[in-house]
Design a protein around this ligand. Structure first.
Ligand code: GTP
Ligand code: MG
Length: 415
């Protein structure tokens, strides 16, 4: 394959309200069904972040765009154009923390909106606000399920969607489509090809954010045949090479029973990169973006069942110290957008608990100190799970309303 197409150059999120067709669309864009867990298959919803890499190709004869080859229209040869990576987020309102974690590694997003439901649905708005919080500006809107509505209904909703974005001074492309009936998928590829390539920083120390972690050994494998634990995620900056010595933070949680109750501390894990893969392609050296799987020398029991999801990987000795104390600027929205009822958002209060999504990790902060400034709150808090305080991290802030974490604003970490 062409060398510059070895790795995806962009991570594109699939976001939007539950059941609007994100996973079905990803299947049409990639040939891969990302919901694979038994619970996801049973309930028909996405629970964990899914992903797929795709090489977008254009037919040399008729110009049709597809990931397939030869051309599904005229059976001619296809030309490889761009390698992209998709991240499929869950739309369920209870899984907002997972969506926020995914948004930390997205460079652009496809917001999927079902044509057969009133617009906007709560998570349509909440995910759009989450993209804003992460400063993700490149958005493609897909108006899905047009097979279920009349032309007039589709046009009416199209107008509403356009006006909604215009009220935020945005003019994203809006592509009517049916993921199920495979209508207009090529037009979505056309828009993806237009997405600007995010800048790659390949000279800083590497920062790899773990989204998932696995034990890839089949049950019953003999000890001598076991392979090391695998970390799946995204390299945000720098380079990683096979053979690199790495550290993983916060790392291993160690629980101690004391008279005051359970005490949890974290221990940095050290390991070595045994192999690097972006889906089926093995790499000697990885550069930013795309889904990346790092095979380590770790005991696979550490990485099984997403045991290290939310961790940060860097070169040995190069990551900042973890901390349980946090200081950040919080910018609150005016209203809660992710609930049926759009209540006003009250000021932050001392001792209240907030769910913070920082990079791909999720932690809870108890506010120790808060000061209202002109357009933000200066917050100091104590964290249940420590973070790796990386410069320029932005934070998704959620507050609990009747047992559900709803996005109320975003923050900038002060390091
Ligand atoms: P969550 O991940 O749970 O948020 O859902 P999702 O947005 O990934 O939706 P999913 O792709 O699982 O699709 C939900 C349902 O809508 C499934 O039954 C799909 O077959 C159906 N569906 C998806 N796209 C279309 C479409 O274009 N037309 C029709 N008629 N149904 C569709
Ligand atoms: Mg889904």
């Amino acid at each position: 394959m062409e060398k510059d197409l070895l790795q995806p150059d962009i991570n594109i999120g699939l976001v939007g309200h539950i059941d609007h067709g994100k996973t079905t669309l990803l299947w049409r864009l990639s040939g891969k069904w990302a919901d694979v867990h038994s619970e996801e298959l049973k309930r028909g919803i996405t629970i964990k972040l899914g992903y797929a890499n795709v090489i977008i190709r254009r037919c040399k004869k008729c110009g049709y765009l597809s990931y397939k080859q030869p051309c599904p229209k005229c059976n001619s040869e296809m030309e490889n154009l761009r390698h992209v990576s998709f991240i499929d987020a869950p739309g369920h309102k209870m899984l907002m923390a997972s969506m926020l974690g995914g948004s930390a590694v997205m460079n652009a997003a496809i917001l999927v909106i079902a044509a057969n439901e009133p617009f906007p649905q709560p998570q349509t708005k909440e995910h759009f606000f989450a993209l804003n919080a992460r400063k993700i500006k490149d958005i493609i809107v897909v108006q899905n399920k047009i097979d279920l509505v009349s032309k007039e209904e589709a046009l009416n909703q199209y107008k509403k969607i356009k006006e909604f974005f215009e009220s935020y001074n945005l003019h994203p492309p809006i592509i009517p489509c049916s993921a199920q009936q495979e209508i207009n998928i090529d037009l979505i590829f056309e828009e993806i090809l237009k997405l600007p390539k995010p800048l790659k920083d390949t000279t800083s120390n590497p920062i790899f954010l773990v989204i998932r972690s696995f034990d890839v050994n089949k049950p019953g494998t003999k000890i001598e045949n076991l392979v090391g634990g695998v970390l799946g995620g995204v390299l945000k900056k720098g380079k990683l090479k096979v053979g690199d010595e790495i550290e993983i933070k916060p790392g291993l949680a160690i629980v101690k029973e004391t008279k005051q109750g359970k005490q949890v501390s974290y221990k940095t894990i050290y390991s070595k990169i045994l192999s690097l893969k972006t889906e089926n392609i093995s790499l000697k050296e990885a550069l930013p973006f795309g889904n990346l799987a790092i095979q380590t020398s770790l005991d696979p029991s550490l990485t099984k069942a997403d045991g290290l999801a939310g961790c940060v990987v860097g070169l040995k000795g190069k990551l900042p110290e973890i901390t349980n104390k946090i200081k950040f600027k919080a910018y609150l929205f005016e209203k809660i957008v992710g609930a049926e009822k759009e209540e006003a958002i009250e000021d932050l209060k001392i001792n209240e608990m907030l769910l913070l999504s920082i990079n791909t990790s999720v932690t809870v902060a108890k506010i120790r100190n808060v000061k209202k400034e002109k357009d933000f709150f200066l917050v100091e808090g104590d964290l249940t799970i420590p973070i790796v305080p990386l410069k320029d991290s932005n934070i998704g802030i959620a507050r609990n309303y009747g047992g559900q974490w709803r996005l109320i604003g975003w923050g900038e970490l002060i390091t």
